[in-house]
Design a protein around this ligand. Structure first.
Ligand SMILES: [Zn+2]
Length: 470
């Protein structure tokens, strides 16, 4: 076998959903699967032993951030990312192209990485789904969710602060983009101030992307060759072609130019990548039908091991479905398909139904740290409450129930909502681990249930039960 093989085990009869098996040199990944995000080689608040006990099949780390800290050469000397992390499971890495957006356009236009990714949905809801504050205003020092623009449109791999400060901040509440946890705290006050326009920290040309590091102000240059070299040093199993991730605010002409650049870089990525690593091409083209089609054709014509769908997915979830409908039917059946930066429950149903195999998203672990704990429909979870309770609410102060009575995670088997509420409000560090363990366990079991439902021909029924569709 090459660096990767993929086998489809069963197709759903009523949709394009499928279960499959991705085989890599370090182990197999049963799909559909939500890949836990370990931006800096760590799923925040968890140890690799936690990931083992959760049964995590793989993780996804960030090329750009690991290149800066601790450095890919160092990781290579330490035996590669898996040995460095102490986790002998397959690892995905991004190419660094997402930072073209997160450190560039997103900063310049005060567009943040946190919050719902689809502005139209937020406009209609009048709120920021993931970063809601007690006052109804959202935002933090990194410029999230401001002026009604909620453009974390892919929530790809930057976990919280990493894209804004190169990971210098630690995931504790005051520094954790958690303005929602206490409206009177420092971050809460900042959120009410008009955000200043920030420096664009990227320079993009046809040759590559220069990034200015927030930690020391130095400029770092990435191109396809260098991104492939860094990912080779990291020793990940599944790597991404170097691309430019554009914004939903980018116009047609810019999106086209960026797409064309990404296609050239895709060719170069094929040429320069370490042949022991499986390489995914990334389809770009924003929310423009002809560009998506052109990009799908160009990427699929190349001998990539897998296909990722990246870039702007439009301004609403319906737009995202449209992008997938333009793209997925044109993909060949026999390569695994990855959707970058999507991972909420309703999205997963829709995207699995359209034939997506893997996802990655920081949402489950990020929202855990902010107090949002996932619950199943049996415990009151629904599309309306985004399948979570807000543990900071005073109503949980004396609640003896576990987060979700149906959950079998170690947190739910051991602790009450009252205890987790106490840990949260008293800012105990243990809260982060216990909350993250629950949310990740919840999502991994959810994906397992999806696979089982496809296996038994009950995927449509599961979707109806979770989304309460009539
Ligand atoms: Zn649990």
């Amino acid at each position: 076998m090459g660096a990767l093989s993929f086998e489809i085990l069963k197709h759903d009869k009523q949709s394009h959903a499928r279960i499959g098996l991705i085989k890599t040199r370090r182990g197999d990944i049963e799909t559909p699967y939500l890949v836990p995000v370990a931006t800096l080689g760590s799923v925040r608040a968890l140890g690799s032993d936690d990931l083992q006990s959760l049964g995590a099949q793989c993780t996804l780390a960030n090329t750009y951030h690991l290149h800066l800290m601790p450095g890919d050469e160092l990781i290579k000397r330490m035996g590669g990312l898996q040995r460095f992390m102490g986790l002998n499971r397959p690892t995905f890495t991004d190419s660094g192209g997402f930072q073209a957006f997160s450190l560039g356009f997103a900063r310049e236009h005060n567009i943040g990485k946190i919050g719902n990714i689809f502005p139209d949905e937020l406009a209609s809801n009048g709120r920021c789904a993931n970063a809601k504050s007690a006052s109804g205003k959202d935002g933090d020092s990194s410029g999230i969710c401001q002026d009604g623009i909620y453009q974390d449109f892919r929530r790809r791999y930057d976990d919280d602060c990493a894209g804004e400060n190169d990971g210098k901040k630690i995931g504790i509440m005051h520094n954790d983009n958690c303005s929602d946890d206490n409206n009177n705290d420092r971050e809460g006050r900042r959120a009410k101030q008009k955000p200043a326009k920030k420096e664009n920290l990227t320079r993009i040309t046809d040759d590559g992307i220069s990034f200015k590091s927030l930690s020391d102000g130095a400029w770092h240059f990435l191109n396809a060759e260098k991104s492939m070299k860094i990912q080779s040093n990291l020793g990940s199993d599944i790597i991404m072609a170097f691309d430019e991730c554009t914004s939903p605010l980018s116009d047609y002409d810019y999106t086209r130019r960026a797409m064309q650049r990404s296609h050239v870089w895709a060719d170069q990525s094929i040429r320069y990548h370490d042949k022991d690593q499986a390489l995914y091409g990334i389809i770009q083209g924003g929310w423009f039908e002809d560009l998506r089609r052109e990009s799908t054709e160009a990427i699929c014509a190349q001998p990539f091991d897998g296909i990722a769908i990246g870039g702007s997915l439009g301004n609403s979830k319906l737009d995202m479905h449209q992008v997938l409908d333009w793209t997925v039917p044109r993909l060949d059946e026999n390569r695994p398909r990855h959707l970058l930066g999507i991972g909420e429950i309703d999205d997963i149903f829709e995207c699995v139904a359209r034939g997506i195999d893997t996802f990655d998203c920081v949402s489950p672990t990020r929202i855990a740290r902010r107090g949002s704990l996932l619950i199943s429909p049996e415990a009151g979870g629904s599309k309306d409450n985004k399948f979570h309770i807000n543990i900071k609410s005073a109503k949980f102060k004396e609640d003896r129930l576990p987060i979700d009575p149906n959950c079998t995670c170690s947190t739910c088997r051991t602790y009450s909502r009252a205890y987790l509420h106490h840990l949260y409000v008293s800012r105990e560090l243990s809260y982060f681990r216990l909350a993250t363990l629950h949310n990740l366990h919840f999502m991994l079991r959810f994906m397992e249930e999806i696979r089982e439902s496809i296996r038994t021909g009950t995927f449509a029924a599961m979707k109806v039960r979770w989304l309460r569709m009539t």
